[in-house]
Design a protein around this ligand. Structure first.
Ligand code: HEM
Length: 125
């Protein structure tokens, strides 16, 4: 069984990303970084990416090609502040889906690692 299936499939990832984007929509640091008026399309891209990453359908690649996420984030200035805001909303979203610890732990560790790897400006001192 894939992580995707064990975690409850598409419904779980839809809830996770929904909650995450509710946080982004109200965030004064992150909201201005999203070019589109409607956050819906960005939410859908992130949802499809996570579903694919964790072993679900590969719709993301069909629609967007190879993720190359670090490259796709270069247009945005992501420092420690942006990363920490991002992770705060992700923490709330992970809490919301209330997975068993054996699933929640790898999911959260992945998010922390991925968020750190997306930082593309030097550490503010
Ligand atoms: C896209 C911000 C971290 C996955 C975007 C976009 C912004 C953004 C502004 C463009 C919205 C769009 O039109 O899709 C940030 C910030 C981060 C961060 C501030 C802080 C660290 C991450 C992480 C992941 C991720 C850790 C993966 C775990 C994605 C994906 C897209 C995206 C899949 C859509 C890529 C595409 O297909 O074009 N992000 N992001 N982001 N982000 Fe992030």
């Amino acid at each position: 069984m894939t992580f995707f299936e064990a975690a409850g499939g598409e419904e779980t990832f839809t809830r996770l990303v929904r909650r995450f984007y509710q946080g982004v929509a109200a965030d004064p640091v992150l909201r201005p970084m999203y070019p589109e008026e409607d956050l819906g399309p960005a939410e859908e891209r992130f949802r499809l990416f996570l579903i694919q990453y964790w072993g679900g359908p590969r719709t993301y690649n069909e629609q967007r090609g190879h993720p190359r996420l670090r490259m796709r984030h270069f247009p945005f200035r992501i420092g420690a502040l942006e990363r920490d805001h991002w992770l705060a909303h992700m923490r709330a979203a992970v809490d919301e889906i209330a997975l068993p610890p054996a699933l929640e732990q790898p999911l959260w560790e992945y998010m922390v690692h991925a968020a750190h790897s997306m930082v593309n400006v030097p550490e503010e001192t």
